[in-house]
Design a protein around this ligand. Structure first.
Ligand SMILES: Nc1ncnc2c1ncn2[C@@H]1O[C@H](COP(=O)(O)OP(=O)(O)O)[C@@H](O)[C@H]1O
Ligand SMILES: [Mg+2]
Length: 211
């Protein structure tokens, strides 16, 4: 993903490339986006980086306002979407911008997306928008490049993650029976890191087999 963001060959006339990460809740979309966002190569490449959590009550107006406030670091009281977009356009024009929209779930259709992204057509060539979403519909609506589908963790990695939280990576296993039970529990998490991590934290306080 970093190399896509930094590559010079853009397809079509799009100034801003759009990368979509899609997967069920807790699979690691925001974590992956965060790793990319803070990668040292990415730091140096963009003039402006903005991270917006879009999960609560996203509509074009509120998201545009949030982006503008994040860019200017000032509160904004513009009530008209059109004026808001003009202000944002002024802020991003000529800059190489990375916009991260985390957890987008209610973009209805392509037209809505085109309106939302329109100020970013004035960014410098090579700008990027990264979207994370749990919705296949959203992913299909906004993607231009193939979407990244996150897969569950493999069995052994799941166990390593669980034991990291439950037993400090194994050093707290006092009873070998706990590993057997732990592996059974982790199989039920279906490779979802959020579930594994949460259970690991919980199991840490339950070191005996009965519990
Ligand atoms: N590959 C991974 N290995 C270990 N932990 C992970 C991994 N991916 C995600 N996590 C952890 O799982 C939790 C959920 O991840 P998150 O990125 O918030 O999921 P999502 O954004 O898809 O809902 C976080 O606590 C994160 O640290
Ligand atoms: Mg997330």
């Amino acid at each position: 993903m970093v190399s896509i963001l930094l590559s010079d060959n853009l397809t079509g006339q799009d100034v801003t490339r759009v990368i979509v990460i899609v997967g069920v809740p807790g699979i690691g979309k925001s974590t992956l986006a965060q790793l990319m966002y803070s990668d040292s190569r990415v730091q140096g490449y963009f003039d402006l980086k903005v991270w917006v959590c879009a999960s609560t009550d996203l509509n074009i107006y509120t998201v545009t306002k949030t982006i503008l406030e994040a860019v200017t670091k000032l509160p904004c009281d513009i009530e008209d979407l059109n004026l808001l977009q003009l202000r944002l356009k002024e802020e991003v024009t000529g800059k190489r911008v990375l916009l991260l929209l985390d957890d987008v779930w209610n973009i209805e259709d392509r037209i809505e997306w085109e309106v939302l992204r329109s100020p970013f057509q004035f960014c410098q060539q090579g700008s990027g928008i990264v979207v994370t979403t749990q919705s296949e519909h959203v992913a299909g609506t906004i993607r231009t490049l193939p979407a990244y589908h996150l897969n569950p963790l493999p069995c052994e990695d799941s166990w390593i993650l669980l034991s990291k939280y439950a037993f400090d990576g194994g050093s707290l296993i006092t009873d070998p029976g706990l590993e057997v039970i732990g592996r059974e529990i982790v199989n039920k998490c279906r490779g979802i890191p959020l579930a594994i991590k949460s259970l690991g934290i919980l199991l840490r306080t339950k070191p005996d087999r009965e519990e």
